[in-house]
Design a binder for this molecule. Structure first.
Ligand code: 13P
Length: 250
């Protein structure tokens, strides 16, 4: 009943020209892929090229971040939700661990940005996940519970129904160390239990939770076999049309 979502986070990769070249190869490979939603999140400067290249296809385009102020203003270097929307974005990643680690993002600002995305008509893909030392200390479920409580659970039920959650264990991002399907499934189950507690059974059953962290063509099948995993948020393996199409068509 939950349609999978396969999302690519291109991070700080790909110029507009690279973006056009990617779509030329990628679109034919996923033209028949109706079993899932497909989203690609290029850097801001390549969004226009991606929107143009994906026009007429089922591939949606998203931002990787947005400012939490939705009105125009003097915020040098920032991009607003309404700007992303006007540029053709459908979604936006919020609270990625790289934003938390390098740019001071906290659960409180994640919530502000999520609200800004919703107000702008964008679907937020809200990222949570534990760091290695937290996992090793046996604190994974506590960390997820706190990130959920402070960053997500303050949304109204109507707002919550519009978001996607991405579970991205920080130690698995860009390291080649994928969480085992069981580790990922345990975390997704814990998150779904939080959702049920906060929003009820139906909301928990409807919520899409993606896995992110070294997802690759050769491990995606095992991850997607877990009933609580509803898709993937893919970094490195989304940069090549061939590998990302294999993930989409798991
Ligand atoms: P990798 O797939 O490169 O590990 O990155 C995952 C990620 O951070 C997606 O947002």
């Amino acid at each position: 009943m939950r349609k999978p979502l396969m999302a690519g986070n291109w991070k700080m990769y790909k110029t507009p020209a690279d973006t056009r070249a990617f779509f030329e190869k990628f679109l034919p490979l996923v033209a028949g892929s109706k079993h899932c939603d497909i989203l690609i999140c290029p850097p801001f400067v390549s969004i226009a090229a991606a929107v143009e290249a994906a026009r007429g296809s089922a591939v949606a385009i998203g931002g990787q971040n947005l400012h939490y102020v939705t009105k125009d203003g003097a915020y040098t270097g920032e991009v607003s939700g309404p700007m992303l929307k006007a540029a053709g974005c459908a979604s936006v990643i919020v609270g990625h661990s790289e934003r938390r680690q390098y740019f001071g993002e906290t659960d409180a600002t994640v919530l502000q940005r999520t609200l800004a995305a919703l107000e702008s008509g964008l679907q937020p893909v809200v990222c949570v996940g534990e760091r290695l030392e937290e996992r090793e200390a046996g604190r994974t479920e506590d960390v997820l519970a706190t990130q959920f409580k402070d960053g997500i659970a303050k949304l109204t039920p109507e707002q919550f129904a519009q978001i996607v959650i991405a579970y991205e264990p920080v130690w698995a991002i860009g390291t080649g160390k994928v969480a085992t399907p069981k580790m990922a499934a345990d975390a997704h189950r814990a998150l779904r239990a939080r959702i049920e507690q906060a929003y009820g059974k139906a909301a928990a059953a409807a919520a899409r939770i993606l896995y992110g962290g070294s997802a690759k063509p050769d491990n995606v099948k095992g991850l997607m076999a877990q009933p609580d995993i509803d898709g993937a948020l893919v970094g490195g393996a989304s940069l090549e049309a061939s590998s990302f199409s294999l993930i989409v068509n798991f």
